[in-house]
Design a protein around this ligand. Sequence first.
Ligand SMILES: Cc1cc2nc3c(=O)[nH]c(=O)nc-3n(C[C@H](O)[C@H](O)[C@H](O)COP(=O)(O)OP(=O)(O)OC[C@H]3O[C@@H](n4cnc5c(N)ncnc54)[C@H](O)[C@@H]3O)c2cc1C
Ligand code: SF4
Length: 332
Amino acid sequence: MPEVKFISVESVRQASRLIKERPPSEAILMAGGTDLLVLQKHKLIAPQSIIYLKGIAGLREIRPDGNGRFVIGAMATLDEVARHPGINQSYPMLAQAALAVASAQIRNKATLGGNICLNSRCWFYNRSPFWRSEYPECRKAAGGNKCYVVPKSRKGCFALQSGETVGPLVALDAKLRLVSDEKERLISVEEFFLADGIDYLALEPGEVLTEVLLPAAKGSGAFVKFRPQNNLDFATFTISVLPPRNGSGSRIVVGSVATRPLRARKAEMMLDQGTQNPASIARQAAEELSLVSFVRGSVEFKRQVIEARLHEILTHFEGHRSRNYEVAHAGV
Ligand SMILES: Cc1cc2nc3c(=O)[nH]c(=O)nc-3n(C[C@H](O)[C@H](O)[C@H](O)COP(=O)(O)OP(=O)(O)OC[C@H]3O[C@@H](n4cnc5c(N)ncnc54)[C@H](O)[C@@H]3O)c2cc1C
Ligand code: SF4
């Protein structure tokens, strides 16, 4: 590997200044490093400086804010999120999603912030240099201009949003605090993701994700991670469902199937309106999702399995209507 300058910073502003004053290809922020170091090893990124965030005090805390809401520091590890009693009690779908990521060793290093900002992934891109040397580089890799997933496309990349805590965070209407040396702002997790696999985050130059803000819990909801085998692997898709409260606010979010998490808005409306037919809601959701990538399963396969798993979740909710859907369902 080429020589890299490793800079451990003590404040967000220092990190922001350092990242802003260098070209994007030359410097990168690192949290747990569990994804970044793999990309570096595969020569997909070649930063000259790595700006290490873990030394920043106060970014690892998980705390209630006193008004029924929770704040999670971006540097909290996935293990800490998965085991936190308050998160388990109020937002079990988030705890389950964190627990479903990778392995215990990785969850001990990997952070929630890194999982949200995770680079988009594609079967043709996330490969060793040896594997990639067999065919011309694709558009996402430096110098390439082809896309193997949508060969007819003239621009854009369809690599998948793959951080598995993202679906539950969208369902929970979570917000992110982004801080730079000049300003700070809040953005919803849903708006944080863009429609392109190369330029995939609404992160402005110099911005660091510092906190995840969870509104007061509106019910437990359900989370499912689907993968062909129960091994250490990314999801083919995730489903996060939050049932309605007083006829509104339901969420059906499917993750890892597009450059951004997808909401099935028409199916959500059916849930809000009290439609008593789980099969038709599940069919509507599967039909309205805009899926294009055959990575990790053909579009038709994904549509069918999403429909089946969603039907299962909604039927499960139906049986527990008297408990206001307060049932968490983990299908990892
Ligand atoms: C074998 C293996 C299996 C895996 N399985 C899964 C899986 O099943 N599900 C899954 O979701 N992931 C999986 N991963 C990917 C990865 O481990 C996790 O997504 C992890 O949460 C990434 O967090 P991190 O702190 O290590 O991020 P890093 O690797 O440190 O960073 C990831 C990206 O986020 C950016 N970043 C990090 N923190 C911030 C911040 N605060 N502000 C702005 N940008 C930031 C970095 O610049 C980088 O681009 C796997 C990885 C491996 C090696
Ligand atoms: S979607 Fe296309 S351009 Fe993007 S990484 Fe995959 S093959 Fe490359």
